[in-house]
Write a protein that binds this ligand. Structure first.
Ligand code: 13P
Length: 248
């Protein structure tokens, strides 16, 4: 059985003071929740968030990590810097990084290996754009993202994949639960073919893209969907908690 994992991706939202307030509101609402609960916050919020989540089941995540240990990489943040704060998870290869900041499957692979080498748990994002979907290229794109992104990776025990169809992010359009389940099933079959049945069976794969309280239950009922990566709805304590507590 795969344990569900609900993660918030705050993107470029919330100052440190705002993060403290949001976490204070969220903490009691998720105190008894069954899934793993993660919040991935901006770098500048990490120290404040670490203090604010103390004594709760909320785990801390960052939104990216450098592929190098240290050195001349202006603007980057290293795995050691994140580890020192107490960060456990890190998002890698989000479509916004791919679209606006030149992230490729190759850089995803380098960041992923660096995260794993330093004991960070990666949440690796994959997903097709609307144009790719309309041209029937979804499988081809996902195959490349998975095979190149996870190249040379052998241990998947700390890895989470987030399937985020780009056309569903922040648009209010959700993939239907059946569609998301089918596509995530394809990703799982790909993993099975390349890394074996055991890895495929235990690997947690989230859905992301306009996931909210009103559709969380339906999505989470699907057999291939093990969690959600939540953008907009993670910025409101009530909404995020309602998704985390989708079973109640
Ligand atoms: P939304 O939930 O705002 O669509 O964002 C999804 C996302 O990109 C999470 O990483």
């Amino acid at each position: 059985m795969r344990k569900p994992i609900i993660a918030g991706n705050w993107k470029m939202n919330k100052t440190a003071a705002e993060a403290e307030a949001l976490i204070a509101e969220l903490k009691p609402l998720v105190a008894k929740s069954k899934p793993d609960v993660v919040i991935c916050v901006p770098y500048t919020d990490l120290w404040a968030a670490k203090a604010a989540i103390a004594g709760s089941k909320i785990r801390l995540g960052a939104e990216n990590v450098a592929w190098a240990d240290s050195g001349a990489f202006t603007g980057e943040i290293s795995a050691a810097m994140l580890k020192e704060i107490g960060v456990e998870y890190v998002i890698i290869g989000h479509s916004e990084r791919r679209t606006y900041f030149g992230e490729t499957d190759e850089t995803v692979n380098k960041r992923l290996k660096q995260a794993l080498a330093n004991g960070l748990k990666p949440i690796v994002c994959v997903g097709e754009t609307l144009v790719e979907r309309e041209k029937n290229k979804t499988k081809r794109i996902l195959k490349k993202q998975v095979l190149d992104g996870f190249k040379d990776v052998t241990d998947f025990s700390d890895i989470v994949i987030a399937y985020e169809p780009v056309w569903a992010i922040g648009t209010g359009k959700t993939a239907t639960a059946e569609d998301a389940n089918k596509t995530i099933g394809y990703i799982r079959s790909l993993v099975k073919k390349t890394w074996g049945a055991e890895v495929a069976k235990s690997l947690r794969i989230q859905y992301g893209g306009s996931m909210k309280p009103s559709n969380a239950k339906e999505l989470m009922a699907m057999k291939n969907i093990d969690g959600g990566l939540i953008g907009g709805a993670a910025l409101k304590a009530q909404d995020f908690a309602a998704i985390v507590n989708y079973k109640d």
